[in-house]
Design a protein around this ligand. Sequence first.
Ligand code: 0O2
Length: 204
Amino acid sequence: MEENFYEGSIVLLEGAIANINAKLDIIRKYRLINGKQDPISHIVSRVKSEESMKEKLKRKGFEVTLENALTKVYDAAGMRIICNYIDDVYEVAEMLKHYQDLKVVKEKDYIKNPKPNGYRSYHIIFELSLDLAGEITPVYVEIQIRTIAMDFWSSLEHEMKYKKNVKNPELIVEELRRCADEIATTDLNMQTIKKMIDARGDDE
Ligand code: 0O2
């Protein structure tokens, strides 16, 4: 289905995701052989479905065209990097920013500035200069970096948003907001405990 809408550009979108996945794979392995901890728990990626892309283009007031999907909306290619700890989120963001072929187009820190509903995540839109045998082609990739807990929350909230005829929506929104705050506190506590464990190891 996606192939029809994105036409040949699907190769660029999938290629951009594969390129960034390969970069991360090398760093993760290199860190491990050098005795450093892996800041990433797991990575999920996708090319935005045709239906979801068309909906987003309309929502943002753009004409539904392939050109607009590739240049006006930046998440046709999307990756989600899930980390154990909050510090890891920022470390991964910095790691990616060091690549010369990745240019930051937009950055949003919804961890320091959560959305009113409680959504927390670190978003970066990169423009990847994809080298096609000397022909440099820019491709946008949206990378969302968040903790396991933030990701768990986000999945449930996303599920609610897209479900029709939900009973007690106000109560659910309020409960989700409460859980988001609890999760934020737990993330901070887990980070502190982790630091305490690592500091003890250094003394020995
Ligand atoms: P989907 O269906 O998940 O793909 P803007 O920069 O504001 O012009 P945009 O793209 O709305 O444009 O930026 P934003 O706010 O950074 O959101 C990008 C993506 O982050 C969304 O894509 C969601 O995947 C995720 N996101 C943002 N806010 C929320 C939220 O409140 N709850 C959840 N669960 N996810 C959120 P899409 O295409 O909107 O949605």
